[in-house]
Design a protein around this ligand. Structure first.
Ligand SMILES: Cc1cc2nc3c(=O)[nH]c(=O)nc-3n(C[C@H](O)[C@H](O)[C@H](O)COP(=O)(O)OP(=O)(O)OC[C@H]3O[C@@H](n4cnc5c(N)ncnc54)[C@H](O)[C@@H]3O)c2cc1C
Length: 500
């Protein structure tokens, strides 16, 4: 540690340079046919030879799904990687909370899915704000992500015959979401963590726990390193590197009550922004429709109930506003399945924003249930009758238990009460096709950036992008990720080893 960490000196701040009328940012997107862009881009990037990779140092901030998988990949490729996290273990990253699943255009069910359809749904789900080249690449690599995760040992749900099972998520009319009960994020993170630890054991990656990254060092327009505080000793250190990758998660906690862990504090991307990194789509925030409603004044966060529950749960409110009867006592004819009525082609699986707006609307109209009147029912009684308790338990057992633990009510006996909450931030640091911010050598991946998941109205795309940290290895192992300037600097520093 002492070798790389020296006491911090005050850092000169670089002013934010953007002014109205400044040139538009260069997204460095490849041109030509959408389907061939990623392949052509990879083929045209210059490689870094193995003996040279050892000489390049990369800092990865964050070891959630995005950071852990990217760091493991960079280590495997032979770069010198240093990971900084403020948690006492990468397993504490917020990715652990993800429940419902991860999308991939595998078309195992032969229900008409394809890379194109996943791309189209994602672009449409994101209100056409995401960058097409990036989203197409995400859909393309989604197929490999699942294979990679299976190879890592992620225990995805399987059907009787042994094939991977899938389910639907909001906004999609086919079943492309792979899942591990209601613990998909946890299982994926454990896989990424295992890969990371392997690299640690091999000496390619060093992980610094309990280290809070306070600032990004930018000199002459290039990211040169970071300033960190050791949370145990309180000491400040500066750490230099050829490239800095921020994988620090989203900024949902900018809203007081959100489904994010309170430790997801977004300070790293905010500080990068203060150093001149642009923000993209900051107001593009996802309000998730199925969260446990707020129950008290002193509550600091909300709990998500996975969207996968809308596969089998039916959303309703009593047809009479202010009806205080127990839900079990309200006959079928007096229940208003408003999503099924308003949106027959998607039913309960309408996109998240639509489901959220509809729940707020019926509550504003006085139909809301529960003590505050700001909740709607999510009812499994039909599904339990149709499929049996065992099947429902297999699909959602842990979510039912979690709900009961928090509310004291059993979803087996009475419908869940749910209400929308701030959940996911589709905005973030602006990045180009190589996932580099407008600051040379500073990269942002996972929920911290704005790009591919400018399209997460769908759900199950965030894990895809996070786990894609490793799949974007093609960007990582080429000069693309490290940036030409980093490369030039290393070239000068080490006396010229530039590979073709
Ligand atoms: C309850 C819940 C359920 C979800 N379910 C799903 C789902 O089913 N499917 C899906 O696709 N998506 C889901 N999501 C979204 C998805 O989980 C996240 O978008 C994704 O896991 C984010 O991963 P990440 O690696 O970018 O960030 P995180 O997992 O948040 O990791 C951030 C890392 O950065 C570190 N860090 C942050 N700031 C600093 C700093 N200043 N200094 C040092 N370290 C720092 C932290 O220690 C941590 O290691 C869900 C989200 C929530 C909240």
């Amino acid at each position: 540690m002492s070798e790389i960490l020296t006491p911090a000196a005050p850092v000169k701040s670089s002013p934010i340079t953007w002014r109205e009328g400044s040139p538009i940012l260069d997204s460095r997107c490849p041109s030509g046919e959408l389907e061939k862009r990623w392949t052509r881009h990879k083929d045209n990037l210059k490689l870094v030879a193995p003996h040279n990779k050892r000489k390049l140092e990369v800092i990865v901030v964050g070891a959630g799904l995005a950071g852990a998988s990217a760091a493991a990949t960079l280590g495997e490729l032979g770069y010198n990687v240093k990971v900084f996290v403020y948690h006492n273990s990468p397993r504490r990253a917020h990715s652990i909370a993800a429940q419902g699943g991860i999308n991939a255009a595998k078309n195992y069910r032969n229900d008409g899915d394809s890379v194109w359809r996943l791309f189209y749904d994602t672009i449409k789900g994101g209100d056409f704000r995401a960058r097409e080249s990036n989203v197409y690449r995400l859909a393309e690599v989604s197929v490999k992500i699942i294979d990679h995760c299976v190879a890592q040992g992620i225990p995805f749900a399987r059907e009787y015959g042994g094939y991977l099972d899938t389910r639907s998520f909001g906004g999609a009319q086919l079943m492309r979401t792979f899942y591990a009960r209601g613990q998909t994020g946890q299982q994926l993170l454990l896989g990424a963590y295992a890969a990371l630890q392997r690299q640690v054991a091999l000496g390619n990656v060093q992980v610094y726990y309990n280290h809070d990254v306070l600032d990004v060092v930018v000199e002459e327009g290039r990211a040169r390193g970071i300033i960190v505080r050791n949370l145990i000793t309180g000491e400040l250190h500066r750490v230099a590197a050829h490239a800095v990758v921020l994988a620090t998660g989203g900024y949902g906690n900018a809203y007081y009550l959100s489904t994010n862990a309170k430790l997801s504090n977004a300070t790293a991307i905010w500080r990068a922004h203060k150093r001149g990194a642009y923000f993209g789509n900051p107001s593009f925030v996802q309000i998730h429709p199925t969260c446990i409603p707020q129950s008290g004044e002193y509550q600091s966060k909300l709990t998500l109930m996975s969207e996968s529950l809308r596969n089998d749960g039916r959303v309703w409110v009593p047809r009479t506003p202010g009806d205080k009867r127990r839900p079990q006592d309200i006959p079928e004819s007096e229940r208003w399945y408003y999503l099924e009525e308003w949106y027959p082609s998607f039913g309960n699986l309408v996109p998240r924003d639509i489901a959220s707006r509809a729940a707020k609307r019926v509550c504003d109209m006085g139909y809301g249930v529960g003590p505050t009147g700001r909740a709607v029912y999510l009812d499994f009684s039909d599904a339990i009758k149709r499929l049996g308790r065992e099947v429902i338990y297999q699909r959602y057992g842990n979510l039912f238990e979690m709900y009961e633990e928090i509310t004291g009510e059993s979803p087996w006996e009475t419908p869940m009460r749910i209400y929308p909450a701030v959940h996911y931030t589709m905005g973030g640091l602006w990045v180009d096709y190589n996932l580099m911010t407008n600051i040379e050598g500073l990269y942002a991946i996972g929920e911290a950036n704005f790009s591919d998941h400018g399209a997460n109205r769908l759900g199950a795309s965030a894990l895809m992008q996070g786990a894609g940290g490793w799949v974007l290895h093609s960007a990582l192992y080429h000069r693309g990720l490290l940036g030409d300037a980093a490369f030039r600097e290393a070239f000068h520093r080490y006396g010229g080893f530039c590979s073709g």
